[in-house]
Structures are given as structure tokens and as C-alpha cells.
Design a protein around this ligand. Sequence first.
Ligand SMILES: NC(=O)c1ccc[n+]([C@@H]2O[C@H](COP(=O)([O-])OP(=O)(O)OC[C@H]3O[C@@H](n4cnc5c(N)ncnc54)[C@H](OP(=O)(O)O)[C@@H]3O)[C@@H](O)[C@H]2O)c1
Length: 288
Amino acid sequence: MNLAVVGANGMLGQDLNRAAQVRGITMAGFDLPEIDLCRPDSLAVLPAVDAVINCAAYTRVDDAETDREPAWRINAEGAGNLARWCAAHAIPLIHISTDYVYNGRKGSPYVETDETDPLSYYGQSKLGGEVEVQRAGGKTCIVRTQSLYGLGGRNFVKAILNQILKGRTELTVVSDQVSCPTYTLHLAEGLLNLIQAQATGVVHLAAAGGCSWHEFACAIVEEVGAAVDVKPMHASSLNYPAPRPAYSVLDTSRYQSLTHATMPTWRQGLQAYLEEEPMVVELKQSNG
Ligand SMILES: NC(=O)c1ccc[n+]([C@@H]2O[C@H](COP(=O)([O-])OP(=O)(O)OC[C@H]3O[C@@H](n4cnc5c(N)ncnc54)[C@H](OP(=O)(O)O)[C@@H]3O)[C@@H](O)[C@H]2O)c1
């Protein structure tokens, strides 16, 4: 199988490359400046492949509240440009979207048919991308995922490890936002399963289970054996520009029935990630 990934230098793109290598899948990676979703002419360099995966996005959630024009141009119009190119060349497209298309008020895991109602402009722009992708008319699979962390990008796990390395003995972490933190390598493996199953439509794909950021931080501290007291706090005290859903766990039953596979739990994802994270080695060295 031959794949092309747009946004290949990002956190998920890098782990897609690793997952493809393990399976012997040929993957050609593209990113700025060679390919720019906002310049349809730049898409001409894409090769004829079995599927294209779009990992490219404007991902600075808080900045998007004020930086609206580029967020819309990349996440909505750019996604549409790529989807039209794929439709014109009869190449299936896997487009990555987000749990931030939901308002988080459901109180139980979201299924793909639940009503969307993004709270943030980032969420609105990603929902705009979904609409554009569906309108393009080709063979498409829109994969909504959430709370990603991976070796190739800034993420929550690194932020907590960084505080531990700095010698902090007390941390305060949001306890009233529940999602399911997902390791990008596990997500990448799930995406390859969906491609192999020739899945279409909207699919939820995230680690199994669900936890608050506070629970996740406690698990990180526990896994690395650090003596840190993690205290809970309300999200409202952070005053982030972009509102986030309070509860956005994704039900992955559709993924399971399409692929006959299950995703590892968030705790298993964390353990697998920590085994590879260089900051953990640094932490062990600093503890003698
Ligand atoms: N991170 C999360 O927690 C999370 C959660 C849910 C869904 N998602 C979705 O998952 C996908 C992958 O996220 P990620 O965290 O891997 O993102 P990322 O690390 O920010 O990577 C995105 C990549 O896309 C590139 N890019 C930006 N604008 C582009 C354009 N106009 N044309 C071509 N490439 C462009 C970026 O380049 P520059 O760095 O040079 O801008 C970057 O290499 C995105 O669709 C995101 O919305 C992410």
C-alpha cells in the first residue's frame, strides 16, 4: 500500500510515518512550504497513492479565537481544497477532525451521529473542514480524535514532566474537563486499520476510557515515581481564550465494528509513550 500524508512534520504525521514503516507501508510525507492546503496549485506534487491522510491544520486553539482568518483558511477552505483534489483523482481521503466539534454537555460518550455545536472558533473551523470534505463528493473518512500527545510535538505529558524536572513538588491541574488522552502512535495505528478496512463516513478514534486532566497528571506522576502533589482546579480559573468542552469522551464502537480492532486504554498509551520519551531518561538520571 502507498500513502501520502499532508502535515507530515506535525506530531501525528511523524507517528504515522513510524506506524507505516512497521507495517511495511510506503508513505510519502508532505508539509509546508512544499504543499500548502491554501494553495490548490501546490497539491499537484501529490503522487498517485492508495489514500491521502490530512494531518495538516491550524492547531493553536487559543490563538484561533482572534486569528480567525488563517484558522478558517487552513482548517475549512484548505481541507476542502485537498478533498476536491482527492475527489478529482479518485483517491480516498482520511481527514482528521476533533472532539471540539461537540459542546461537551451530553454527559456520556459521544457517537458520530450526535449533534455538533463547537464552543471555540478552532472547533468551528474544524467543523467547517468536515463540511467542505463531505461536499467535495469523493470517498472520504472523517476521523474525530482528541487530546493528542506524541514524541514529535508539544503536549500535556511533556509539560508535566518539565515541571517535575524543574523540581516542582506541587501542581494544580484542571479536574472538570474529561476527554481521553490519546497517544499519536496508537492513533496512527488505528488510522492505518481504517484505511485497510476502506472505512468511509465519520469515525471516532481515541484511546479507550476517559479521564480528567487532573487524573491524567496524577497517572503521569505515578508512572515516573515522582513525589508531586497534584491538586485539582476548575477550568474557569485558567481564563483560556477558547472555551473547551467539559466532557468529550468519544465512543469508538463504530471504529471497532469497521476494523475488528480495539484501541489501547489511555493508561496503556501513557505507558507506551513514557517508555520512549527522552525526558523520562533525564528524570531518572537526575534522581541518580
Ligand atoms: N493535538 C491535539 O490534541 C488534537 C486533538 C484533536 C484533533 N487534532 C487534529 O489532529 C490533526 C493533527 O494534529 P497535530 O497535533 O499533529 O498537529 P500539528 O503538530 O500542529 O501538525 C500540523 C502540521 O500541519 C502543518 N500545516 C499547517 N498549515 C498548513 C498548510 N496550510 N498546509 C500544509 N500544512 C500545514 C503544520 O506546519 P507548521 O507547524 O509549520 O504550521 C504542521 O506540520 C489536526 O487536524 C488537528 O486538528 C489534534
